[in-house]
Structures are given as structure tokens and as C-alpha cells.
Write a protein that binds this ligand. Structure first.
Ligand code: NAD
Ligand code: MG
Length: 298
């Protein structure tokens, strides 16, 4: 039966071992067993992002959903981008955000297209009345086959590189027309940047590039008072996993971490709230913050 987890204690003691399951990309939250925890029942807002306006790509599900819900609990208005076929997931997020009496702008579109990226940012900024935080979270991977480099097709490369890198650069370029002193950018990297899996050879390369881009852009934007950081997740229970890996890999997913289990999206949220906070993270830029269950990210 699908359930939302009840408590932080529940999270900390969970041993992993998800049932075998598979979906087609991009995957949907309601088709997962169990349904991930995005902090719906656990996150207590303390006004840490009061009045901020954030654009979160891939904000319909998984890590992006947890960021959207917790940002709203902390007092931010959000805009989320996602693929059109994820509309039902996006509407669920909007309902959670609106329960906090916060705005949630829904921006469906395929960010492999440059004009879609630029429009997404401009519409978000216009409808939110400005932009303070950009979370570059959308991403794609493909690990359903045993793959060596010779098995990576140009089509695979286009999907992974355009979603994870081209879009991130296009969206960031456009956001710079709206972000002012005190704003911040948070990119989503991965443990794969430091510890690549052979089956994710193209994806892992994009995540290493995102770390490099983060540090470099922090250097460029520091003088403008804009902070740039990355969060590097380890194995997290999101639709991306059953949608892009073999179903029989799910029972052992996350077991190879020192904490011995996969993380829940809600367990990433604190890292994003911290990095977005102009007070708490005022001197933090160019950082890659690992939330990996214990594996190193540098
Ligand atoms: P997810 O599937 O819930 O979120 C990824 C989102 O990316 C999708 O919901 C979708 O809206 C968006 N997306 C993908 N292709 C797109 C496209 N062409 N156009 C528009 N949007 C598109 O999965 P998640 O695990 O929460 O992924 C979020 C980020 O976390 C990704 O960058 C992923 O690489 C990263 N990450 C995840 C894990 C993990 O174990 N889940 C580990 C390390 C890093
Ligand atoms: Mg999704």
C-alpha cells in the first residue's frame, strides 16, 4: 500500500528495501511504492525564507517537490517547471504550497529547448514579481541497460546533456537578468560526480561538469553579491529511480551507503533551505554540499 511516512524517527531507522518496480520516464509520484516523503507531515517552517521568490526546475516530484513544499513552509513563493506529462504531480505540489497561503506558479515545458528555458524564467519572474533563488534541479539519467561507452547513443547524449547541462546554462543565463545582490543559485549535482557508476557514464559526466560550473560561476558572480552553490545527493527515493533503472535494482537501492539506506527527498530539504537563506548562508558560495548517507563528494 502507498503511504506517506509519518515521522523523522521513521526515516532514520528505515532499512531501505523498496519493492521491485519500474515506470516509464519521467515517472510519477503516485505510482511509487512507497510514496516518497517530501516533508508534508514533518517539515516545520520557521520563516527562514520569508518573502523570497524561487524558481525550482523539476519541482513536481522527488527532490524538487520537497524543495517547493519546504520553501513555501519557510515563507517563499515558488514557480516550478516540469514536463507537460507531469501535470498531475505539479498540481499536487501546488496544493501543498497553497495550503501555506503561498503562490505556486506552474510552468510545464521541455527544457531541452532553449526558448522554453528562457520563457520559463521570464514568466516565473514576471508572475512572482521578481526572482531571488534559482534551483537548477531538473535532470535525466538512463541506466536500464548494461552499458559501456559504446552503447551510449547520440539520442541518449542529447537527452542527458541538454536536460542536465544546456538547460542549466540557458536557465541560469536568463535568470541573471532578474537576480540581484543577495540572490542565490543552487545547482543539483550528484554523488556520481565523485564516484561515477559505469552504467551512468554520460550522466555522471554532466554532474562533474555541474560541480565545476558551480565553483566557476561562484567566482564570477561573487562581486555581484550572488551566491552559487550545489547540493550533491546520494541515492534518494524519487520517481527518477524506478523510471530509469531496472526494477529489480530497487530492493537494494541505497544499501551501499554508510547509513545503509536510500534517503527520502525530505532529507535534502534542509540543505536547500540553508543555502537559499540570505542570513544563514550569507558567506557560503562555491560549495558542494553532500547529502549522501555518508559517501564523500570531494
Ligand atoms: P525526479 O524525477 O522526481 O525529478 C527530476 C525532474 O526533472 C522531473 O520531475 C522532471 O520534471 C524534470 N525533467 C527531466 N527532464 C526534463 C525535461 N526535458 N524538461 C523539463 N523537465 C525535465 O527525480 P529526482 O531524483 O528528484 O531528481 C532531481 C535531481 O536530483 C536531478 O538533477 C537528479 O540528477 C538529481 N539526483 C538524484 C538522485 C537520486 O538518487 N534520486 C541522486 C543524485 C542526484
Ligand atoms: Mg517528476
Amino acid at each position: 500500500m502507498n503511504t506517506i511516512n509519518d515521522s523523522a524517527e521513521d526515516l532514520a531507522t528505515r532499512g531501505g528495501g523498496f519493492p521491485a518496480q519500474e515506470q516509464q520516464p519521467p515517472g510519477h509520484t503516485t505510482d511509487m511504492t512507497p510514496i516518497p516523503d517530501h516533508g508534508e507531515k514533518t517539515w516545520i517552517g520557521r520563516g527562514r525564507l520569508e518573502g523570497l521568490r524561487a524558481l525550482i526546475t523539476g519541482g513536481d516530484s522527488g527532490i524538487g517537490r520537497a524543495v517547493a513544499i519546504t520553501f513555501a513552509r519557510e515563507g517563499a513563493d515558488v514557480a516550478i517547471s516540469y514536463l507537460p506529462e507531469e501535470q498531475s504531480d505539479a498540481e499536487d505540489v501546488a496544493a501543498w504550497v497553497e495550503r501555506e497561503r503561498r503562490t505556486c506558479i506552474l510552468l510545464p515545458g521541455d527544457i531541452r529547448d532553449e526558448q522554453t528555458c528562457r520563457n520559463t524564467v521570464d514568466v516565473a519572474a514576471r508572475q512572482l514579481g521578481g526572482l531571488d533563488v534559482l534551483v537548477n534541479n531538473a535532470g535525466h539519467q538512463w541506466a536500464r541497460r548494461e552499458r559501456g561507452l559504446e552503447d551510449v547513443t547520440t539520442e541518449d547524449m542529447d537527452q542527458v546533456f541538454k536536460t542536465n547541462l544546456y538547460a542549466l546554462i540557458w536557465i541560469t543565463q536568463q535568470a541573471l537578468k532578474h537576480l540581484d545582490k543577495g540572490a542565490s543559485i543552487i545547482n543539483v549535482s550528484s554523488i556520481q560526480a565523485r564516484e561515477p557508476s559505469a552504467a551512468l557514464i554520460d550522466y555522471a559526466a554532466t554532474k562533474a561538469a555541474i560541480n565545476n560550473f558551480t565553483v566557476n560561476l561562484a567566482e564570477e558572480l561573487g562581486p555581484r553579491g550572488i551566491r552559487v552553490n550545489a547540493v550533491a545527493p546520494g541515492p534518494i527515493w524519487t520517481p527518477l529511480q524506478p523510471a530509469t533503472k531496472n526494477g529489480e535494482d530497487m530492493p537494494s537501492f541505497g544499501e551501499n551507503t554508510p547509513l545503509g539506506r536510500a534517503g527520502q527527498p525530505s532529507e535534502l530539504a534542509g540543505a536547500f533551505v540553508f543555502l537559499a537563506s540570505p542570513l544563514e548562508a550569507s558567506y557560503v558560495s562555491g560549495a558542494v554540499l553532500g547529502v549522501t548517507g555518508g559517501r564523500p563528494v570531494f
